[in-house]
Design a protein around this ligand. Structure first.
Ligand SMILES: C[S@@+](CC[C@H](N)C(=O)[O-])C[C@H]1O[C@@H](n2cnc3c(N)ncnc32)[C@H](O)[C@@H]1O
Length: 324
């Protein structure tokens, strides 16, 4: 594995494969919704009225575009909700909560996300983690005490890392959809009181972009450090020591390659102030995957990452992580 982020040049991405509306874009209130999103809302309204949708396919066969629109609208409404809450605008808060409910709430969002994990849509993101860890699999399998993984934002207990049998996994999600997934907010999870309740690896796949505000995203990244066990690695062999403790981070690609307030350089600098070093990265048209190793103590004195344009220009999205 490459230990030097700089040794890994940015892969060129053809932006024309991406939609011009980026996940970080927050449309103004009452922006005209994409047709499919309107349809999704109408169907939910029909259900609410006790009438089954007639010409609608079951959710399991949501089209790719519908799935994407539903996920995107959920993100947009969540961001608007966070802004309204911050302003203390109760009427707006109630209306936005109602619109999120009409959309099917977190449950429908998760169904759409699961749909996005289907094999024909690129498969689940943990296959990339398993690919990266392949050279370590034999060593990991030999261990009496398995590598401890905390999967934050877990939708299923049957993804590639679960199937590998190489980990002792704790799965959490704001809304648990299956046995084996604890319903818990990572930001409220009690801090570990000993090395034993810490982890060797945390997975944050498509979770950071779910957090509606930039400060909250910074806090989530900072919090990962408190859950990783830096001491356990002393007992690891050399190869495992070179990787763990680690953070597997997955984001929609536009959050990094086409955002006004963050790019890979800024993310890497931000992560380094938290003590992380990039080991792996992979960029596809839709997603960017990273594996970071936690090596050092966080440097609070260097954590000064306000909302600042680093990649100005029209057509950029507003995804941002603030770390202060
Ligand atoms: C887009 S889904 C991603 C699911 C899966 N990890 C994947 O890669 O497809 C995001 C999930 O993160 C969960 N989530 C967001 N913030 C969370 C938090 N603070 N604690 C636990 N789960 C969270 C949401 O409930 C949602 O189910």
């Amino acid at each position: 594995m490459a230990n030097d982020a700089a040794a890994k040049p940015l892969v060129a991405v053809s932006t024309n494969t991406m939609s011009t509306k980026k996940p970080g874009d927050v449309p103004k209130k009452r922006e005209k919704m994409p047709k499919t999103v309107t349809k999704v809302l109408k169907n939910h309204a029909k259900l609410a009225n006790g009438r089954p949708p007639t010409a609608t396919k079951p959710q399991a066969s949501l089209s790719h575009k519908k799935t994407r629109d539903q996920i995107r609208l959920h993100h947009v409404l969540s961001k608007q909700l966070a802004a309204a809450e911050a302003k203390g605008d109760d009427a707006e808060v109630n209306e936005l909560k109602k619109r999120i409910e009409d959309l099917g709430g977190l449950k429908s969002y998760q169904l759409a996300s699961l749909q996005g994990q289907a094999k024909d849509r690129g498969g689940d993101s943990s296959t990339v983690l398993m690919e990266w860890l392949k050279p370590l699999a034999a060593q990991m399998a030999k261990r009496e005490q398995k590598i401890r993984l905390l999967e934050v934002g877990a939708l299923s207990t049957a993804n590639a890392c679960s199937k590998s049998g190489l980990f002792d996994i704790e799965r959490i999600d704001l809304y648990s959809q299956a046995e084996g997934i604890l319903q818990q907010d990572f930001m409220e999870r009690p801090l570990p009181d000993s090395d034993k309740s810490q982890f060797d690896i945390i997975s944050l796949s498509l979770v950071l972009n779910f957090v509606p505000d930039p400060e909250g995203r910074g806090q989530m990244l900072r919090r990962t450090c408190q859950f990783l066990n830096k001491h356990a690695r002393r007992a690891f062999g050399e190869e495992l020591q070179a990787v763990f403790p680690a953070l597997f981070l997955v984001l929609p690609a536009p959050c990094i390659v086409n955002a006004r307030y963050i790019n890979e350089e800024r993310l890497t600098t931000m992560m380094s102030t938290l003590g992380y070093v990039m080991l792996e990265r992979k960029l596809t048209a839709n997603l960017v995957y990273y594996l970071w190793q936690l090596r050092d103590k966080p440097r609070k004195d260097f954590q000064d990452f306000p909302k600042k344009q680093v990649n100005p220009g029209a057509g950029r999205n507003n995804f941002c992580v603030v770390l202060k």
